[in-house]
Design a protein around this ligand. Structure first.
Ligand SMILES: Nc1nc2c(c(=O)[nH]1)N[C@H]1C(S)=C(S)[C@@H](COP(=O)(O)O)O[C@H]1N2
Ligand SMILES: [Mo]
Length: 436
């Protein structure tokens, strides 16, 4: 029996090589098992290497007429319109600018999030800022207050880094009592990864001359909510960037055009967008977003303030809810891992409910505080199964199970969720969200 999924993407099935070696239970294989020889799918497969000649006509329609000419700015193919963010607003028409949008992680590959699909989180809308009149003011406990216009900042020496940015509210749907049946991106897509280019904040602070008594900075945005956060001076002088560019082009308005702070590895909220003011101070200012929000309630009724560093985390993006497996056979499992502590050291996968684990292949160069793509080959026998991934970072932190994570906090905890995600696959290849 098969279900019809006309509107849903199907995960391609592959032929395994003859030397396919098991890596763990449930059909997990060493990576070498795939990508060998012809892709051979049975009848009804999405594509087939058999009868290849039939797919090679004398001339395709696209070869019979000239294509269109060059343009000034490219757009994705009109066939890719389903690859979109999922927007949400918090308070409807009362505050249409308070909301965000989720990156469709399950539709993307590699580690870079296209700028147009970078997740969004706005507390009071996206301001329309004219860079010609925008200023960044650096003041407070400094020898010499300074004001920079954008043109001036563009002349400073810049640094580029590939960094993830994750909202501390990311994955909050998984804190609900019942697992929400939405896509991977709609659960975990308040995280993205870009190449950010900008001026090291330390350079500007050094130019202003920081008072030896100073301990914190307050970064403030020029949006309608004047969002601001206190950040320890040590971090500000370490690796923060005043970013002007994202993936090679100037920042998108949604990401803070013309200037934003990038605080590598820390909760997204402190990466203040539309940055217009940095005040050097001796103590945190107890801003709205570091008191009423972004604090972690504990089981004993107290709350943790300033959980800056993001946890070690991973999620399987392929397969994930929305994708449909095309019957028993070989599949390429793939996903993303990241950690606020630095590099991802290891990602393990389980296909038997956590009884056995296999090391996934970590692709490319391991970058600190960036997405790490992982992959592993898997032979599905067609029986219902749970797939999960578990990341370990360079500091030895291991991604916790959901129960353990919940037990560490009070009942209302929604922030900094980074527990292991379980995807349940039924005998028809349907993938759903599950908690165990
Ligand atoms: N000025 C300002 N900065 C802001 C916000 C905001 O609403 N206003 N949102 C914060 C939050 S909660 C997050 S998670 C990140 C989101 O960045 P992005 O929209 O570029 O993904 O920006 C942070 N910086
Ligand atoms: Mo956020």
């Amino acid at each position: 029996m098969t279900r019809r999924h006309d509107d849903r993407p199907m995960l391609p099935r592959f032929a395994a090589a003859s030397d396919a070696t098991p890596a763990a239970g449930g059909g997990l294989l060493t990576r070498r098992a795939l990508l060998r020889g012809a892709v051979a799918l049975g009848a009804g497969g999405a594509f087939s290497a058999r009868a290849g000649d039939a797919h090679l006509p004398a001339a395709r329609p696209s070869q019979q007429t000239p294509g269109r000419g060059p343009t000034r700015r490219g757009e994705p193919s009109r066939h890719e319109t389903a690859v979109e963010r999922t927007p949400y607003v918090r308070y409807g028409s009362l505050a249409p600018g308070n909301g965000g949008s989720f990156t469709p992680l399950q539709r993307l590959q590699g580690i870079i999030t296209p700028s147009a699909l970078h997740f969004e989180r706005h507390h009071h809308g996206v301001p329309d800022i004219d860079p010609a009149s925008h200023r960044l003011v650096l003041h407070g406990m400094v020898g010499q207050p300074l004001a920079f216009d954008v043109e001036r900042l563009l002349r400073y020496p810049m640094t580029s880094r590939i960094l993830f940015l994750e909202c501390s509210g990311n994955s909050f749907p998984d804190t609900q009592d019942a697992p929400p049946q939405v896509t991977c991106g709609q659960i975990h897509g308040l995280v993205s990864c870009s190449e950010w280019t900008g001026v090291p904040l330390a350079l500007l602070l050094e130019e202003a001359g920081v008072d030896p008594e100073a301990r914190w900075i307050v970064a403030e945005g020029a949006d309608a909510v004047t969002m601001h956060r206190s950040i320890p001076l040590e971090k500000a002088l370490d690796d923060c960037l005043v970013a002007l560019f994202q993936n090679g082009e100037r920042l998108r308005p949604e990401q803070g055009y013309p200037l934003r702070l990038i605080v590598p590895g820390w909760e997204g909220n402190v990466s203040v967008k539309w940055l217009h003011r940095v005040k050097v101070v001796d103590a945190p200012v107890q801003a709205r977003d570091e008191t009423s929000h972004y604090t972690d309630p504990l089981p004993d009724g107290r709350a943790l303030q300033f959980t800056f560093e993001m946890g070690v985390k991973s999620v399987i993006t392929h397969p994930s809810p929305g994708w449909v497996l095309q019957g028993p056979g070989y599949y390429d499992i793939s996903g993303l891992a990241w950690s606020g502590a630095g590099r991802i050291e290891r990602v393990e996968l389980s296909a038997d409910g956590g009884q056995s684990w296999a090391d996934a292949e970590l692709q490319g160069t391991a970058l600190p505080l960036a997405f790490q793509r992982f992959r592993l080959a898997w032979e599905w026998d067609g029986a219902p199964v749970s797939l999960m991934s578990r990341a370990t970072d360079e500091r030895g932190r291991v991604q916790p199970a959901r129960d353990a994570w919940l037990a560490a906090y009070g009942a209302k905890q929604r922030y900094h969720y980074h527990a292991i995600q379980v995807w349940r696959i039924d005998d028809l290849g349907e993938v759903t969200n599950a908690y165990a």
